[in-house]
Write a protein that binds this ligand. Sequence first.
Ligand SMILES: [Zn+2]
Length: 213
Amino acid sequence: MSRNKLTGDSLSACLPAGCSPMVVPWFNQHHVMLWITRTRRSKLGDFRSGSPSRPPVISVNHSLNPYSFLITLLHEMAHAEVFLKYKRHVQPHGVQWKDAYRRLSLPFLAHGILPDDIRGAFGNYLINPAASSTSDVNLAAVLRRYDPPRDVTLISELPEAAVFALPDGRVFRKGDKLRKRYKCECLNNKRIYLFSPLAEIIPFNPEQSGTIV
Ligand SMILES: [Zn+2]
């Protein structure tokens, strides 16, 4: 993306319909650059404060669905506003960031901009937004509905006591749900691990896999 004015052409393809004109003026007014990046597994987006010779930069992964992209973009815009006002004198996800995130998001919660399920989950999340939108199980589950279909199985789809594997080869048995997470025993080392209901797992089929550990 150009170092100069953000025009919104590339942005409109990433955002829900009609949202690009609602954010482009903010970038030009605050002199913050936007990079739409390749997919990074470790993060959905970030904010870098720049230096005297470089403007601040927000980056967001290009592969997010339009609603995840918007929610991540607003999260980073709130970081940028807090940095421009307070520099590093406040907590990164403290009260000033939460206030800025809510204020920037409010116009998008008006009727008719987001689907009702996203609007409801995002509105609830904004009551007390956490550092990571993916830690809000309800919001993450609603956002997931808009991801392109993938051939994955979630741990919540397995029956209790089902055996499953992770990509690293470890094998687990699904146990009870403790408040929000499933307690699962690792059959390799007999230890207990807690899994988010949205954890993606590989169903274990002993007939295909030969031995069971
Ligand atoms: Zn953050």
